[in-house]
Ligand binder design. Structure first.
Ligand code: CP
Ligand code: NVA
Length: 304
């Protein structure tokens, strides 16, 4: 049994497989060909934080694969009244076939997985958001071919998305340029030992974007850090992805954002709605990529 708790839980070869399956599953869906290998399977989704895309993509995806899903907003469950996560894991995983969790510390999802009888998927933690980067890289590959050897510019907060991109860069062989304001840089322990071919740190976002094949950013204030919102608005003021930054990246550069976006903060409306932005395809690909992920975790390497 496998879990998907962080990006490096899978090998490059497994990602090749997932990207192939995402293409197959997406093509079937677009052609109205039913594909229901997960009939009678049940997904439980545990949400300790808000969600639109993750909730809809997993619920619609499981239904389209022939299965069903249950949403557990923790405030409405015994978890919200202090039931230990280990007990919830042991109970829920006796009743369902696969679990997705969105929570705070990575340690919470690891404790759940350690006590689960079924595969557990990280639907976002404070540290990582692997399902999003899975869909993002699939989206890049769809538009531009293999990502190995390319350069991705991360502009903004060194958050769960940034940490996940870094794992992907070392695993799939591309370079990540990270530009963050002082005080919001990548944790030194994450950067330690990563080759220059996979990570370069910048203070100047324009320099980070120069020549990049993909420019990507995220909210300045992630879920859980709301009380820092005002301080972050000041600190990040020079880190808005705008036309000048996209011009530095070059005419072929794509723009991505995991969404929800704050126009005028981390990205201008012109870039978000502009010709290089693939944010809506990126969001849609959560559906297709996570269907491939659930197929893989429950059925292994399906090639049909
Ligand atoms: N990108 C993403 O995970 O969106 P939600 O918070 O809406 O799920
Ligand atoms: N970094 C953001 C991503 C939201 C999908 C957050 O954690 O809130």
């Amino acid at each position: 049994m496998r879990h998907y708790l962080q990006f490096r839980d899978f090998t490059a070869d497994e990602y090749e497989h997932l990207f192939r399956r995402t293409r197959v599953i997406k093509d079937r869906f677009k052609n109205y060909i039913a594909y229901q290998p997960l009939a009678d399977r049940m997904l439980a989704m545990v949400f300790e934080k808000s969600s639109t895309r993750t909730r809809v993509s997993f619920e619609a995806g499981m239904f389209q694969l022939g299965g069903n899903s249950i949403v557990l907003n923790t405030g409405e469950t015994q978890l919200g009244r202090g039931e230990p996560i280990e007990d919830v894991a042991r109970v829920v995983s006796r009743m369902v076939d696969i679990v997705m969790i969105r929570t705070y510390e990575q340690a919470i999802i690891e404790r759940f997985a350690a006590h689960s009888r079924v595969p557990v998927i990280n639907g976002l933690t404070d540290e990582y958001h692997p399902c999003q980067v899975l869909a993002d890289i699939y989206t890049f590959v769809e538009h531009r071919g293999p990502i190995a050897g390319r350069t991705v510019a991360w502009i903004g907060d060194s958050n769960n998305m940034c940490n996940t991109w870094l794992q992907a860069a070392t695993l799939l062989g591309f370079k990540l340029n990270v530009a963050s304001p002082a005080g919001y840089e990548l944790e030194p322990s994450r950067a330690a030992g990563v080759a220059r071919a996979h990570l370069e740190l910048f203070g100047d976002p324009l320099a980070a974007a120069r020549g990049a094949d993909l420019v990507t950013t995220d909210v300045w204030t992630s879920m859980g850090w709301e009380e820092e919102t005002d301080a972050r608005k000041d600190a990040f003021a020079a880190f808005t992805v705008d036309e000048e930054m996209m011009a530095a990246a070059g005419p072929e550069a794509l723009f991505m954002h995991c969404l929800p976006a704050h126009r005028g903060e981390e990205v201008t409306t012109e870039v978000l709605e502009g010709p290089r932005s693939v944010v809506w395809e990126e969001a849609e690909n959560r559906l297709h990529a996570q269907k491939a992920l659930m197929e893989y975790l429950l059925l292994g390497r399906v090639e049909t």
